[in-house]
Design a protein around this ligand. Structure first.
Ligand SMILES: [Fe+2]
Length: 183
């Protein structure tokens, strides 16, 4: 599958523009993580890009979310490793994270929400001026963007990454695509 095919399929299955943006910034973090660890950037990036492709189709029903997504990804030509990462990013299935790809997607997913929320409370609502130290401060404010699961973000430790490094890497990766997304 090419990136264009993956993105076309995402757009065909997801109407919510913010959800598409969420998948694009997840892709950006996954690509940066792949580069950091010398992994396959295309495989990791496309896993991030596709991971919530079924969110509207399943109406966010956690008992089916990500099972359908994994099937759709396979139909597009995703490897079994990619499908597994998509499947187990929804903890409701109780499927353990095995590979680094599984672990990377799991912690990257909520980091995007925290960084976007930290962007949107800025006067200019633009990510370019956001600093990693501000994101770290927001991370510690439990009531801020409470949906961005801090424990899950902290599981970057499963990859051997310190939280500070993960936030910096994630923020820089997201900044790279933010202007194209109006962020
Ligand atoms: Fe997600």
């Amino acid at each position: 599958m090419t990136r264009e095919e993956a993105l076309d399929s995402v757009k065909a299955n997801v109407d919510n523009v913010n959800l598409v943006k969420h998948m694009l910034v997840t892709e950006a973090i996954m690509r940066a993580l792949a580069r950091r660890f010398g992994e396959d950037e295309e495989e990791w990036g496309l896993t991030g890009l596709l991971h919530d492709i079924d969110a509207e189709l399943t109406e966010n029903d956690m008992s089916t979310h990500s099972k359908l997504g994994a099937d759709l990804a396979r139909e597009l030509g995703a490897s079994e490793e990619m499908a597994h990462a998509i499947l187990c990013h929804n903890e409701a299935h109780g499927i353990p994270r095995e590979t680094n790809l599984d672990k990377a997607l799991f912690c990257a997913d909520p980091l995007t929400g925290l960084i976007i929320a930290a962007t949107l409370v800025r006067p200019d609502k633009i990510m370019a001026g956001l600093e990693a130290k501000s994101v770290r401060k927001r991370f510690k404010e439990k009531s801020f963007a409470a949906g961005a699961n801090r424990e899950q973000i902290g599981l970057c430790s499963e990859l051997g990454l310190e939280l500070d490094e993960f936030i910096e890497l994630g923020l820089e990766a997201m900044k790279g695509v933010a202007p194209g997304l109006g962020l």
